[in-house]
Each structure stands twice: as C-alpha cells, then as structure tokens.
Design a binder for this molecule. Structure first.
Ligand code: NAP
Ligand code: MG
Length: 527
C-alpha cells in the first residue's frame, strides 16, 4: 500500500482516524529510523553553534529498557547556561524589530515541518518517555496545532496593535503589546514536545528570544524541537537549546540578570522556588503551570460504564504521568460498589509492556525515582489502606529491564494524604461520598486546581459542579477521559490555585498576550 504523507494524517489523543493503519505503518518506519539513530553524542546549541561542556555527558536511557542508550547529551555548566542567556539577549533587539508577520510566518513553517516529521517526533517520545503510540502521535500532532493556534492569535489581533479612543481631536492613540526580552523556558518530561513547543512558540512569536531547557529525561525530544525551529528559519541566538541538570543550570537560568521572564511547566516544588526567588529580587513575569491532584465525581445518576471507562483512561493513560491525570475519584455511596467493580475490571484488562507495540496501553514510568516512589506508596497502602488492584512492580520477561508497575487503585478514608498529594504515578485513590456537596468539598480541599471530571444525568447538578469546583479545566460525562485530553483551541488549560500562576491557560485564547507588556503610544498630531 502507498502510504500517505505524514502531514495528511491527523491524530489526536482519542482519534480513531480512518487512516489509523497508515499511521501505524508510518510510526513503525519512524521507529526503525529512530532506533538506528540511538546512542549518538549531542552538544548544546547556542547561536545555532554546537557547544560542548566540560562536564560528563548525561546518558539518556529508555525507561522501556534501561540497557538502551538513546543518546549522550551535553550537561551544561552554569557558565554555559549564562552564555546562552547572553546570546539570547544579544539578539533580542533584532528579533523584536522583525515584523510580527515575519515571525509568524517562520513559526507557521515550524508547525508545517512538525507535521512532516510527526512520526519521527512520536517515535522519539515513545522510546524516551515510554508513551504508547496514540499518546506519542497525539503529542506530536498537538505540537503542530499549538503553534498554529498561537499564530492565529497574532493574526486575529493584528500583532496585538490596536487603535484607541481620542480624548482630543489632535491626538492619535495606539496600544501595543511588546515583548519582554529574553525568556528562560523550562519544560517537564511528560509532554516534552507539545508543552515545550507551546511555551516557546508563544514566547517567540510575541518577539522574545528564548533559552530552552528540556527535562533531563527528555533531551532528545527537545533536540528534535530545536531542529524544527532551526530548519523553519528561527535566526541564530533567538532559540537556544541547553541541556543539563536542573540542579546545576536551573537557578542560573532564571537568576541571570539578563533573563527578562520565565515560563515554566513542571512541579509545584520547583515552580514555587522560582516564584519566590524571582519576586524577592525582581519584578519579572513568571508564568507557571504546575501539578494537579485531579478529582472525578461519580454521582448516583451517572452512566457507570461511561464513568468507569473515563476514569480508567485518565488515571492510567501515560502511566498516570499527566498533570491532568485523574488521581482521585469520589463516588456516590449508592453506586460505589457497582462503579468500583466496573473500574477494577477494566483496569485489570489493561495491557502493560513495551508501549511501542500496538496492543500496549501502559508503558513504564519515567525513571528509577518514580519507580521507587511507587514501591514506597504501595507499601504504605498495603499496610494502612486498601489496595483494590495493582500495588506491585511488574516482573518477568520484558518487564525486568524497564520501570514497569501495575496500574493501581487504592480505597482510602477521605482524610488520607492519598487524596491531597500529587504522586504522578498510575495510582488512583477512591473514596465514597454521600452527597454532591461532600464530593465538592473534598475535591476543593487539595491545594491544586487543574482538571476535574463529573458524571451525572442531572443538569442542576452539572451547573452546581461548574459553579463550585475550583478547577480550571472541567469535563462532564466524557467517556474518552474523565479529566484528560485537552486540545489547543478547544479546551484551554488553566491551573487554578497551586496549579498555576497566570489565571490564563495554554491552549487558550489569552495565552500569547502573557508574553508581552503593554505600551500606550499617544502622538499629538497638530500644534
Ligand atoms: P520537575 O521535576 O519540576 O521538572 C521540570 C523542569 O524543571 C525540568 O526541566 C527540571 O530539570 C527543571 N528544574 C529542576 N530544578 C530546577 C531549578 N532549581 N530551577 C529551574 N528549573 C529546575 O517536573 P517533571 O517531573 O519534569 O514534570 C512533572 C510535573 O510537571 C508534575 O508536577 C506535573 O503535574 C507538572 N506538569 C504540569 C503541567 C501543566 O500544564 N500544569 C503540564 C505537565 C506537567 P531536570 O529534569 O534536569 O531536573
Ligand atoms: Mg530517559
């Protein structure tokens, strides 16, 4: 069969595209290419120049099989991180003065190249993060859509330039949003393409230059993004790629005096450190998207098959390592038993293993640290709570060389810390409630406020859920995922409370404007 071009197939996280067979074949081809490219040595890229570091390289291992070395990546020193910021600072004037239409054209080109390379990008994420095929292809597609959606925001607003009212007939007033300068862009491991591209493309099209640091676990996906920007025509110094350990170069990046702003997606711990540190010395934008402890509420009127399917998918997709993952479920007592049975039954049927295989849903967790955390939490649950399914590391055969754990459901009393802390693992905590009021109260007790799911047949309950739930992203009666699956331009992704600092989310209509500051221009036109 003649395969279509990658850019002609569209795959979202939940799509059942007619071209799925072709998509799988293109993915297989890409996987072969990617495997053949494994093991290479990679430098930093500053000013589009390869730069090596005196520190020993970081070895990027696949969480599927830790005997596989995906690549060796330069571990930057604090000095090299500073050099990258200086390069970005040197280019900020030229990039700011580049007409916004030209910046947008380059970024639209980046979206186009992303679509052409989407299976390569997906294959790298599959082996580097342990994403299953649908998750990996969805992440790559989202990357392209995010860039285009943010470009639309520039087009729709005339580059954020607008005529204003006059107070007198002899004046002309214009309002212009202008870039801050240099953004440090620091990314997490779990959506290493989409989130990195979302943050950085918005910063770039707004006219900022960027120093980008991918997570230590995902430098290869980060490199692929760098190559897309470079090949799309982003000039030297405007987007710099710096790999290394967060504990070595994290602070030097955001503390550099020439850094004008920070955009970060990751844990609350690291986010708060930067937020506090920045505000103690400077007034600079610090755009944070942080963790979640996302609840789903299942009412007595719910379609229980739909609810069980949605909760299972959101709890265990990408091994529970989504900021939007459903990590706690509050089920009404009247249906608790029936719902729990359906949920556990579905969970037991999940296929774990090497997620590059078509039939596998559940891949490995990201690293040894995540594995140890899972083992510790399971031991606690075994002793103090009730494990309904899972609770162990998977062993034997292909499991022995990767970080594989069983999808786990724990029943706990409502005051357990299992309902409050983000674990970022395939570990779902279930509690029983007697009313919607109680479910909402419990949901809102966590300091996070990212996503929330709701299953009910009653419009009045749905309204009450929307009115009272303290979450930025909500879904009602969604079978394909109780709390997950946001898409650019469709479901803006705004973390409330401890889940984010901005009040305006990625994937949403107000995102790009956050990378700019306002300048009012009043010109007196007559003497
Ligand atoms: P993380 O441990 O906070 O790491 C995020 C990034 O911060 C990495 O690049 C890390 O580098 C870097 N870093 C570490 N120490 C730093 C420092 N002192 N200064 C500056 N940067 C530093 O998060 P993760 O484990 O990669 O990702 C999981 C977390 O991200 C979860 O909490 C999840 O909920 C959150 N998340 C939120 C969203 C959202 O949209 N709200 C989306 C995705 C993920 P190293 O890798 O080198 O340590
Ligand atoms: Mg790795």
């Amino acid at each position: 069969m003649t395969l279509p071009k990658p850019e002609d197939i569209r795959i979202t996280y939940t799509s059942q595209s007619a071209d799925m067979e072709a998509a799988h074949q293109l993915f297989d081809q890409a996987l072969e290419t990617v495997r053949a490219q494994s093991g290479a040595e990679h430098p930093l890229y500053i000013d589009h120049q390869p730069v090596t570091s005196p520190l020993p390289s970081m070895v990027d291992l696949s969480p599927i099989d830790t005997r596989v070395v995906l690549g060796r990546f330069a571990a930057a020193t604090a000095e090299l991180a500073g050099k990258a910021i200086e390069s970005a600072a040197a280019q900020k004037g030229a990039w700011r003065r580049t007409p916004w239409q030209e910046r947008v054209a380059i970024l639209r080109n980046a979206a186009k190249i992303t679509r052409q390379r989407k299976f390569d990008l997906a294959a790298v994420m599959a082996v580097e993060v342990g994403k299953n095929r649908m998750e990996a292809m969805g992440d790559a597609e989202e990357t392209a859509d995010l860039i285009d959606y943010y470009c639309d925001q520039m087009d729709e607003t005339n580059g954020f330039v607008r005529d204003m009212n006059r107070i007198t007939p002899i004046e002309k007033n214009t309002d212009v949003l202008r870039p801050f300068g240099v953004f440090a862009c620091i990314a997490p491991f779990n959506f290493p393409a989409a989130l990195s591209a979302g943050m950085s493309s918005a910063a770039l099209m707004a006219g900022n230059t960027v120093v980008y640091k991918p997570a230590q676990d995902t430098p290869w996906t980060g490199l692929k993004l760098y190559e897309i920007y470079r090949d799309a025509g982003i000039p030297a110094g405007v987007f710099n790629y710096v790999t290394g350990s967060g504990s070595v170069i994290g602070d030097p990046l955001w503390q550099h005096p020439l850094t004008d702003g920070v955009v970060f997606t990751g844990s609350k711990e690291v986010g708060l450190r930067m937020y506090a540190g920045l505000s103690s010395r400077w007034v600079k934008p610090c755009l944070l998207e942080l963790g979640g402890k996302n609840p789903t509420i299942v009412m007595d009127s719910a379609d229980l098959d739909m609810a069980a399917e949605g909760v299972m998918r959101s709890a265990f997709g990408l091994q529970g390592q989504k900021c939007s993952a459903c990590s706690r479920v509050y089920v009404h007592r009247a249906v608790a038993e029936a719902f729990t049975e359906k949920l556990v039954e579905r969970t037991k049927k999940l296929v774990a293993g090497d997620p590059t295989r078509r039939e596998v849903y559940l891949g490995p967790v990201i690293n040894e640290r995540a594995l140890r955390k899972f083992v510790g939490l399971s031991a606690y649950a075994r002793e103090h709570l009730e494990i309904l399914t899972g609770g162990e590391r998977l062993r034997g055969g292909e499991f022995d060389h990767g970080h594989f754990v069983a999808p786990t459901i724990v029943r706990a009393p409502l005051d357990s810390h299992f309902f409050r802390e983000e674990f970022f693992l395939p570990l779902l905590t279930l509690g029983v409630v007697d009313s919607l009021e109680q479910a909402l109260y419990e949901s809102n007790q966590a300091e996070y406020g990212l996503t929330a799911g709701f299953y009910s047949a009653h419009p009045a309950e749905i309204e009450q859920f929307w009115d009272e739930i303290e979450s930025g992203v909500t879904y009602v009666n969604k079978r394909s995922g109780a709390t997950t699956g946001a898409w650019p331009g469709a479901q803006p992704f705004c973390g409330w409370k401890g889940s984010g600092s901005t009040g305006k989310g990625g994937c949403g209509p107000y995102y790009v404007a956050q990378f700019m500051r306002e300048q009012s221009r009043c010109l007196i036109t007559e003497k």
